[in-house]
Design a protein around this ligand. Structure first.
Ligand SMILES: O=C(O)CCC(=O)C(=O)O
Ligand SMILES: [Fe+2]
Length: 275
């Protein structure tokens, strides 16, 4: 395994997107915010989302629920209520963001909602608790991967550990996420739909710097399972032949083998060889 403390780490150059501004009634503000989002999607593939309207206490109750869940002395409790509230609110934020991202692609705002049939979208959440682990230098919490789905939303109780590979090939330490921001990462299926225009970025979690436990919730927001996802005709032409084969979301979640849906990336299996 290579060195994780790479020479090329960059401390946090993650764009910040103001959700409210994307829907500002002032057309000038709105268009500035959308330009900013276009830049974040094209040149980064990830960003901090602020002003999303999910109250702080909703995040707090999710972290508390996860903390209790991993605590063997804690009995089964009411954690599900807080979780459901969080998931429902996050889904709404993500659908709103889909409208804005549709516009950055030059489409009507319902484009992503329709392309992925988000009325019955398939979301999966990973709830992670990383214990303090500063003795095992270089330990990998989660190895390099991209995620299926069109957006991944991530919340965390403290900064530190998440690294994402930038478009220039350097690992960015995600360490300056504002409290109660949502880290949004574009997923494999947005990359497929846009024929590689909006890319899904490799990320990982290192735990060697954690002095205290860290909790995160990563939700993979996906199309409905029966949605056929393939490069949309708008992104395909002679100089941009289709770079991925089409598959239903379910098929792509099964493409790693086995008969079961797994929620690992299978974008490598869907990539077509360049002629
Ligand atoms: O915990 C994190 O910061 C990221 C976890 C992650 O990438 C995932 O669950 O897909
Ligand atoms: Fe991930």
């Amino acid at each position: 395994m290579g060195s994780l403390a790479s020479d090329h780490n960059e401390d946090d150059q993650v764009p910040t997107i103001d959700y409210l501004m994307l829907f500002s009634p002032d057309p000038h503000q709105r268009s500035k915010a959308l330009d900013h989002l276009t830049h974040a999607c094209l040149d980064f593939g990830f960003f901090y989302l602020v002003n999303h309207g999910i109250p702080d206490d909703v995040f707090e109750s999710v972290f508390k629920g996860i903390s209790d869940f991993f605590d063997p002395t804690e009995v089964e409790d009411r954690r599900h209520e807080g979780m459901d509230d969080y998931f429902n609110r996050m889904r709404e934020v993500v659908r709103g963001l889909g409208k804005a991202v549709s516009k950055t692609l030059g489409f009507e705002e319902c484009y992503i909602d329709k392309a992925f049939n988000l009325e019955s979208g398939f979301d999966v959440s990973a709830m992670n608790l990383y214990p303090p682990n500063f003795e095992s230098k270089g330990a990998v919490g989660v190895p390099d991967h991209t995620d299926p789905g069109f957006f991944v939303s991530l919340i965390q109780d403290i900064n530190g550990g998440l690294q994402i590979l930038s478009h220039t090939g350097s690992w960015i330490n995600v360490v300056n996420m504002p409290p109660n921001a949502i880290f949004i990462n574009l997923g494999d299926h947005l990359e497929i739909l846009t024929n590689g225009k909006y890319k899904s970025h490799v990320h990982r979690v290192v735990v060697d710097n954690n002095k205290v436990k860290r909790i995160s919730v990563a939700t993979l927001h996906g199309p409905s399972l029966d949605t056929m996802v393939k490069p949309a005709p708008e992104f395909v032409d002679d100089s941009h032949p289709p770079a991925y084969r089409g598959a239903t979301y379910k098929q792509s979640l099964e493409a790693n083998g086995g008969d079961e849906i797994d929620v690992q990336s299978s974008i490598d299996q869907l990539r077509l060889q360049a002629l």
